[in-house]
Design a protein around this ligand. Structure first.
Ligand SMILES: Cc1cc2nc3c(=O)[nH]c(=O)nc-3n(C[C@H](O)[C@H](O)[C@H](O)COP(=O)(O)O)c2cc1C
Ligand code: SF4
Ligand code: SF4
Ligand code: FES
Length: 628
């Protein structure tokens, strides 16, 4: 091995020792105390203009010239999780956290922080409750409450540079597995860690691997489920964009453990940056000898292909996914046989979620005991959630399993704007359910969520407040599943629309109390008769909202009233003459000319013209528009 740490272009690693030597050289070449500028180039920050910020910082550094003692490097990274505050700029080594940075701020950052060592107060994050500015990432509750295992490198490394990933520890777990462990030892280690699949059902990963490994010899496959169809979810996208090598490494380990020489990543085509970074990671890993023939001199051959999905939710289901990879129509088929016996192209196959694969890399690197020390007895490790909705800190968070629901939403999430509690938290995506404030102390783990009528799912977490109608929420998820059902089996094809139509009648004030009994019996039939979990879990949205918010359903049915003020047929808009200043904003906002009134005099709404679009409510800064 001749190449230096700074030039890995001609390098091919032939052993564990060579990998560790390279890592040592890469680490020695970087001074951890040196000033560095990190700019987030995750999808959210890029959409908000971070490439312009990076360019402006480069220009400002060049203009500062000799004023800067040691020129800091600029590193672009994947998503830091706090997308609602982007574009983000972090100054290392202190981790000074600048938010919502614009290109015009670059010169001040360079002059104040890089040249003089002072912070730019106006770019710091302010605590939502007190307004107090905090300086570093560690001081921000959004980050302080997290435990980053899967996300540990994201925001630290440049995901397009394999050197950076190796410096941060990439491929240490794979190297250990391939060169020092037998395949069965690897499986036993994953079983011992207690890792359960992060894609939804929480099946023990090592147990699944064992089933496929039992088939001696012959062609086998490992697959990565990166379909991520849940509305609002972006956990897997962020991992692939920000640390693609963690997924590649996990799949190498899985392939070695079950005896597969080929892996497939099934990723939705709507994730172009994730695909780009994965393709680069695969090419770089191949060039270094971490993929391909005789990896690290272990005698193990393995490579990975990328397969683009066309965005059908049902293609995330394991049998549908494998059919889709085979070029067939992506619809579920009955199990057994399970994929571990007869999967892709009829061969024993293991499918795991993106986050599961990333966890495997960490487990083989740091050991099963370390992993099992995180989380609860039956839900080990951490979970990444996409925290969205009515919460101050929208973003991606990784927390230890077993953390209280309240701690995620009210502490890490910074609470609900304008309220000291949430009305409901929806977990588990379309297959999950809504949990009320009464469950604020609920430990967030696989089994507690199921017992409470929801599920972990792949990690969507939508926070709702008093302005969210639970009938409407259930209707939304049913509508989504109705659209996405493949239609193969009739309980799902016909039953889900019937559930949605019943809720539709409720939101028009046309339901009866007997309809609620019908909902329960339809839900049972759909759950029992559906071939796959799309239909099998579809009623959860109705059942969980009925369980915790039955009074809201009854208000729609018995009082023809929508307490949240959402269901258009059950609400009227009016203007409180005492509060109205006559500012005319609602007059201008109303698309129907339903608002009338002279400037500086109380306005009124003509109910016969009003289409209940809510534009007047949104435009009024004086709280004068009322919804009944
Ligand atoms: C309709 C439907 C959609 C699914 N979508 C996904 C998905 O987008 N990503 C995922 O990892 N698992 C998804 N799953 C779960 C997979 O079928 C499978 O259980 C999972 O990928 C296994 O990986 P794990 O053991 O690592 O969780 C879906 C299941 C169903 C029924
Ligand atoms: S349950 Fe629904 S999505 Fe699943 S196979 Fe049947 S019709 Fe298709
Ligand atoms: S926006 Fe509000 S305050 Fe202004 S005219 Fe309309 S109701 Fe009155
Ligand atoms: S994309 Fe920058 S924080 Fe998420």
């Amino acid at each position: 091995m001749q190449a230096t740490a700074k030039d890995t272009t001609e390098l091919r690693l032939g052993s564990l020792e060579e990998l560790e030597k390279l890592r040592g050289e890469l680490r020695a070449a970087e001074d951890p105390d040196q000033t560095r500028i990190i700019v987030c180039h995750g999808t959210g920050c890029v959409a908000n203009g971070s490439p312009g910020v990076t360019q402006a910082l480069k220009d400002a550094l060049a203009a500062a010239g000799e004023q800067v003692e040691v020129m800091p490097g600029i590193k672009t990274t994947g998503c830091h999780g706090f997308c609602s505050r982007g574009p983000l700029v972090i100054i290392k080594p202190k981790n000074i956290f600048y938010q919502q940075v614009k290109p015009a701020d670059a010169e001040e950052i360079v002059q104040q922080t890089i040249v003089k060592g002072e912070t730019v107060e106006r770019l710091l994050y302010k605590l939502p409750q007190s307004g107090e500015a905090v300086e570093t990432t560690e001081d921000i509750p959004f980050y302080a409450g997290q435990e980053r295992v899967v996300l540990k490198n994201i925001g630290q490394i440049d995901p397009t540079k394999i050197d950076d990933a190796i410096r941060a520890g990439a491929y240490a777990g794979a190297a250990k597995a391939l060169t020092t462990m037998e395949p069965q030892q690897v499986i036993d280690e994953v079983i011992k860690s207690g890792l359960r699949g992060r894609g939804g059902a929480g099946f023990p990963t090592g147990v699944k691997w064992n089933l496929a490994a039992k088939h001696q010899g012959g062609q086998k496959y490992v697959l990565c489920n990166a379909d991520e169809g849940d509305p609002g979810a972006f956990m897997d996208r962020s991992v692939m964009e920000g640390d693609p090598h963690a997924v590649v490494e996990g799949m190498i380990i899985g392939g070695y453990a079950i005896g597969a020489d080929t892996g497939y990543v099934y990723v939705r085509a709507e994730y172009p940056l994730a695909i780009k970074h994965l393709e680069k990671a695969l090419a770089d890993a191949r060039a270094l000898g971490l993929l391909g023939e005789n990896i690290l001199g272990s005698g193990f051959n393995f490579d990975i292909r990328i397969n683009r999905g066309a965005g059908a939710f049902v293609c995330g289901e394991e049998t549908a996914l494998m059919r889709s990879v085979e070029g067939k129509v992506g619809e579920p088929v009955p199990r057994p046989p399970y994929p571990s016996d007869k999967g892709l192209f009829g061969k024993p196959s293991v499918l795991n979620n993106v986050e599961t694969w990333a966890n495997v890399s960490r487990i083989l690197d740091r050991g099963a005991d370390w992993f099992a020390s995180l989380g609860t007895e039956k839900s080990k490790g951490t979970k990444v959630f996409a925290l969205v909705g009515k919460v101050n800190n929208v973003g991606l968070v990784e927390v230890p399993m077993g953390i209280k629901l309240k701690d995620i939403v009210m502490t890490i999430g910074g609470g609900v704007p304008g309220s000291d509690r949430f009305k409901a938290v929806q977990t588990g995506g379309p297959s999950g359910g809504c949990l009320p404030w009464e469950d604020a102390e609920l430990p967030v783990d696989f089994d507690s969520l199921i017992a409470a009528g929801s599920m972990m799912g792949s990690g969507g977490m939508i926070v709702m407040d008093d302005r969210d109608c639970m009938v409407d929420v259930a209707k939304y998820f049913l509508g989504f599943l109705e659209e996405e059902s493949c239609g193969k089996c009739f309980p799902c094809r016909l039953g889900v629309p019937r559930l949605r139509e019943t809720l539709n009648r409720f939101s028009k004030g046309e339901g009866t109390i007997e309809d609620i009994d019908d909902l329960y019996s339809m839900a049972e039939a759909i759950k029992a008769g559906s071939l796959c979990a799309l239909g099998g879990t579809a009623p959860n949205a109705v059942l969980s909202t009925l369980r915790y918010f039955r009074d809201e359903y009854e208000a729609h049915i018995l009082e023809h009233r929508c307490p949240a003020g959402v269901c258009k047929d059950l609400i009227t808009y009016s203007i409180d003459p005492e509060a109205c200043t006559g500012c005319h904003a609602c007059f201008r906002a109303c698309p129907q000319n339903a608002v009338s009134g002279e400037k500086k005099k109380p306005h009124t709404i003509d109910e016969s013209l009003c289409i209940r679009c809510g534009m007047c409510l949104e435009s009024c800064k004086f709280g004068a528009v009322q919804v009944q």
